[in-house]
Design a protein around this ligand. Structure first.
Ligand SMILES: [Zn+2]
Length: 253
């Protein structure tokens, strides 16, 4: 035979329900501010915003206020109002809400303070963020380009197939000309690799360091390609003279 649990649970609920409702009444209303469109940061806002209120089940009316003056009233959940900061004087403003329950109780919400910015001031605040950030990026790019150019100028032309030393940063293979070169410690890390100029062909690309075996293989393959486009060494004047003599010797016969 089962024990009659249900009546007990019902009794418990009957006790708890009013307690819970009362607890919520005590907590009052919760006011939240959200940005629908515009600028918001560091307690400063500009644009289209929404105030939203949550409260007890029997909430029937909510008044939304800015600096204590009612700007809107809502009699249906979800209790909310959308407003534009430009419609209010700029400066520090306090947002709040008051609610009424079905039994005539009055509830107050928390207050939210924010500085309403004029559209112009918000634009300036945005610029204040972005300009230094862009300046920094440009500066880093310029420094990287400068260092790479200096490094490229200092470097002597490397003969085809000549084994190279790859320092701490390792080496890479230029995706443009296919020749390997050591990476400089400096250089703008682009996440996927370093933005750097190839000392052989001078073209810029984002490169990553490659294993030494690959670099050695690239050095070796330079020689093969050098065969296609042979780099003819200038003969010394002595050699030329000898050649001329040889030629003349043959001519005399
Ligand atoms: Zn190259």
């Amino acid at each position: 035979m089962r024990r009659p649990l249900w009546p007990l649970l019902a009794l418990l609920c009957a006790f708890l329900a009013p307690l819970l409702a009362e607890a919520q009444d005590e907590r009052g209303l919760t006011l939240r501010l959200s940005r629908d469109w515009g600028f918001g940061g560091f307690g400063q806002i500009q644009g289209l915003f929404s105030m939203r209120v949550t409260g007890p089940e029997d909430l029937v009316r909510v008044q939304f206020m800015i600096d204590g003056l009612t700007i809107a009233e809502d009699e249906e959940p979800p209790f909310s109002v959308q407003f534009h900061t430009d419609n209010y004087p700029s400066g520090m403003r306090t947002m709040s809400a008051a609610g009424e329950t079905a039994d005539g109780g009055v509830l107050q919400s928390n207050e939210i303070g924010a500085e309403f910015l004029s559209a112009e001031a918000a634009g300036k605040a945005t610029t204040k963020f972005i300009i230094p950030l862009m300046g920094l990026v440009v500066l880093i790019l310029a420094l990287t380009a400068g260092f790479s150019l200096v490094a490229a100028r200092k470097r002597k032309p490397v003969a085809w197939g000549q084994p190279r030393k790859y320092g701490l940063s390792g080496g890479t293979i230029c995706p443009k000309c296919g020749r390997p070169f050591p990476l400089s410690l400096l250089g703008l890390n682009m996440g996927l690799g370093k933005f750097t100029a190839c000392p052989h062909c001078g073209k810029w690309s984002v490169v990553r360091s490659r294993p030494l075996a690959e670099l050695r293989a690239a050095e070796a393959s330079e020689l093969e390609r050098a065969g296609e486009k042979p780099q003819v060494a200038e003969r010394s004047s002595e050699e030329k003279l000898q050649q001329d003599l040889d030629d003349s010797r043959y001519q005399s016969f």
